[in-house]
Design a protein around this ligand. Structure first.
Ligand code: BG6
Length: 473
């Protein structure tokens, strides 16, 4: 039986937009996620189908308070340290450093906040793994420039990235440019701040925006290496292989095409050029990418490692409508009849993790980092005030075994950060009741609760897993 290598990074992940709250404190500007309400109004906004550039009094916005990490980060990082974390993934809210996104100089209060967060990590020997953009584009960039459809975003983003690399040099060495970059295809407003006009070719807008993000990501990678050659920069995929629904060749082809749709981004970030298949795909979608002369050269700044989230595998077929069911995050997938599913219908497939990791390493030959994985579930507090989340332990245990098998397959895996290590707001639904954490947060879907933190049974289990470097599951 294989084991985890010495120095394997164990920890958990949060993101600014789903944890910090304090949406207007410290000079922070409004971001896309601040405009996305809970409830019926949520999906049209997330998908970029409805313009919401003003907050409304009659809506509840979960990101505005979230779990109040902004004021409670010392308590939260102490809980992570108690579990033995050696890595903590979070993101920087772009609009805390550049409230509008296009200012020439950053906001000092924003820098001071993250400095303090990363110092706190250092106190416990926890390596921060920091995403520059996790589903939160400053709203001013959306309203004034059309967000990533505009090439100027490359300059705004690289200025912001440079600020981060310089300000946190010596405190942070692991960086991710864009969280789940492929999600911009599936959830364009939350993914990339895109809002569509009636009748326009949405694929054209999305892929032009993707090109701008990919150039920005490559240039940010270059800057990170210039600022400090010890910096390691990763890309980040919303992962999970598509399975063909049957062995019918047309189904196999459909699955390959769906995989490519997502892997397109990582193909560019990890290999430094557009993949061969992209010309035909763009032609079929009526997409013509406008490039600047230096873009192809810029894209050659490839990432040091490939990070990804994995919640579930996916299924595709040629004949069935793949929009009819959601079984794997916001990427539409057919329901796999061989798998159990979470209460939200996400299939549970630990072997799919091993399959996904093998595919990714075969394709990229770069170290992998699993930066999101977990089970969204409803937790109950029992009469003794305890939360016995055995279902979560069982999910994580099976996925850790699959990671171990993938390591045995020869894959260099840098680390593992479970998603939502402290309960946070769900990105898809805006719910608090879809919980992932080892630590329960007293807050409900309507914003009631004290925000107090309580250790769940999984807290003690994960502490033991880390202490044994994954041997005691
Ligand atoms: C990923 C995101 O898509 O999945 C996270 O990077 C998100 O931001 C996570 O929270 C889980 O999805 P959800 O909708 O259950 O929060």
């Amino acid at each position: 039986m294989s084991s985890f290598p010495q120095g394997f990074l164990w920890g958990g992940a949060l993101a600014a937009n789903q944890s910090e709250g304090a949406y207007q404190e410290g000079g922070k500007g409004l971001t896309t996620v601040d405009m996305i309400p809970h409830g019926a109004g949520r999906m049209p906004v997330k998908l970029g189908l409805e313009k919401r550039f003003q907050l409304r009094d009659d809506e509840f916005y979960p990101s505005h308070v979230a779990i109040d990490f902004y004021h409670r980060y010392k308590e939260d990082i102490a809980l992570m340290a108690e579990m033995g974390f050696s890595v903590f993934r979070t993101s920087i809210a772009w609009s805390r450093l550049y409230p509008n996104g296009d200012e020439p100089f950053p906001c000092e209060a924003g820098i001071a906040f993250y400095h303090s967060v990363f110092e706190e990590c250092k106190k416990y020997n926890i390596e921060p793994l920091v995403t520059l953009c996790h589903f939160d584009v400053p709203m001013h960039l959306v309203t004034e420039y059309g967000s990533w459809r505009n090439r100027k975003m490359i300059d705004f983003f690289t200025r912001y990235a440079r600020t981060c690399f310089e300000a946190f040099d010596g405190l942070v060495k692991y960086w991710l440019t864009f969280n789940e970059i492929n999600i911009m295809l599936h959830s364009p407003f939350s993914g990339a701040g895109l809002v569509f006009e009636d009748g326009e070719n949405q694929d054209q807008v999305k892929y032009q925006a993707a090109h701008h993000e990919l150039v920005a990501s490559a240039l940010a990678t270059k800057i990170a290496h210039e600022v400090n050659p010890a910096n390691q920069v990763g890309c980040m995929l919303a992962g999970g292989n598509f399975y063909p629904y049957s062995c019918k060749p047309e189904d196999v082809w459909a699955a390959l095409e769906k995989d490519r749709e997502n892997l397109f981004f990582i193909d560019v970030q990890a290999r430094g050029a557009w993949p061969a298949y992209s010309a035909r795909v763009f032609r079929e979608k009526g997409v013509v990418i406008v490039k600047d002369p230096g873009d192809d050269e810029a894209l050659k700044n490839t990432v040091d490692f490939v990070s990804f989230s994995y919640y579930a595998s996916r299924c595709a077929s040629a004949e069935m409508n793949t929009n009819n069911t959601s079984a794997a995050n916001v990427v539409k997938s057919l329901k796999n009849p061989y798998l159990e599913a979470s209460d939200w219908g996400w299939g549970i497939d630990p072997l799919g993790l091993r399959i996904t990791m093998n595919m990714m390493y075969d394709r990229y030959q770069k170290p992998l980092f699993l930066v999101e994985n977990g089970l969204g579930a409803r937790d109950e507090i029992d009469a003794n005030g305890e939360i016995n989340d055995d279902y979560r332990i069982s999910y994580l245990r099976e996925h850790i075994k699959a990671m171990r098998d993938a390591i045995d397959d020869g894959i260099p895996l840098m680390g593992y950060t479970t998603w939502g290590c402290i309960d946070l707001v769900a990105a898809s639904t805006g719910e608090m009741s879809k919980r992932y954490g080892f630590v329960y947060v007293d807050r409900d879907d309507e914003g009631n609760g004290t925000l107090a933190r309580t250790r769940k049974k999984s807290f003690w289990w994960y502490k033991k897993v880390i202490a044994s470097n994954g041997a005691d599951l």
